[in-house]
Design a protein around this ligand. Structure first.
Ligand SMILES: C[S@@+](CC[C@H](N)C(=O)[O-])C[C@H]1O[C@@H](n2cnc3c(N)ncnc32)[C@H](O)[C@@H]1O
Length: 254
């Protein structure tokens, strides 16, 4: 089947590592198969996987051009309804067995996953499930070339500390979008630290975890004022951001 997509959603659909973990998570789902919500459905690819299992799928997409693609891609399934709306304005009326929400990005800072799930979670049945169910964030002190916040893609940097797991977010419970914490790094290499690298791991189900893929959560590099560091130093840095409100909200300082 050829999927209609925007260029961005084409890259998402082409990213096999991303897609296969979501496909497995949906395939492995063994709860009730009445209603599923697909929040931020994009081209409708995850609803396509859901459509073979569930009696009813409500797929919600904010962007009108993208939702038209989803509508065309899914028009042969009479159990799927595509709705062009902001999830935060959608009037949920029925409780679902499953909520799938792939509005993910590194540390959930730049997309509205947290806000969408905080809004929709009360429309999940008591024994219902959410995919993905949790996020783990890790950080390292780095020496990086660029002096602005950027995703790592082709960026150059050197790691100067051990990795710390600095936050675990349980998406099945209310999430406070305001993140504010002091992180302690143990240096393992002499150098000049001038950044923090954040990496996000997604727990789709109890059995499936996924690190960064080309289109899912590329590591994020955040500049800090230069700190000369030596092996075994302990460096404390304050990190603050608001999940869902964009990388402009990031503050990192000593
Ligand atoms: C990372 S893409 C993933 C698309 C699709 N779920 C997939 O896996 O291919 C996130 C999608 O969520 C949509 N989106 C973002 N905020 C939204 C909101 N508040 N309500 C509905 N859709 C939203 C975006 O337009 C985008 O299509």
């Amino acid at each position: 089947m050829k999927f209609q997509t925007t260029p961005y959603h084409f890259d998402l659909v082409k990213d096999n590592s991303r897609l296969s973990v979501f496909r497995e998570a949906i395939k492995d789902y063994s709860g009730n198969m009445g209603l599923a919500y697909d929040l931020g459905c994009g081209s409708g690819i995850l609803s396509y996987f859901l459509a073979w299992k569930f009696d009813e799928i409500i797929a919600i997409e904010i962007d009108s051009k993208t939702s038209r693609c989803a509508f065309n891609n899914l028009k042969d399934f009479d159990n799927v309804r595509v709705i062009n709306k902001d999830v935060l304005e959608y009037d949920f009326s029925k409780k679902a067995d499953l909520i799938v929400c792939e509005m993910l990005d590194t540390a959930l800072i730049d997309e509205g996953e947290v806000q969408a799930l905080n809004h929709a979670r009360k429309y999940l049945k008591k024994d219902g499930k959410i995919i993905p169910k949790a996020i783990f964030n890790t950080a390292e002190l780095v020496s990086m070339q660029r002096d602005y916040i950027h995703w790592d893609e082709d960026a150059k940097y050197e790691t100067l500390s051990y990795t710390i797991n600095y936050s675990n977010i349980d998406l099945t419970e209310y999430v406070d979008p305001d993140f504010n914490k002091t992180l302690e790094f143990k240096v393992n290499k002499d150098g000049i630290a001038n950044g923090i690298k954040i990496t996000t791991y997604t727990l789709l189900t109890d059995d499936i975890i996924c690190g960064p893929t080309p289109m899912l959560n590329p590591p994020l590099l955040i500049p800090i004022d230069e700190i000369p560091v030596k092996c075994n130093d302990l460096i404390n840095l304050k990190l603050r951001y608001i999940m869902g409100e964009g990388i402009e909200t990031i503050e990192a300082e000593r």
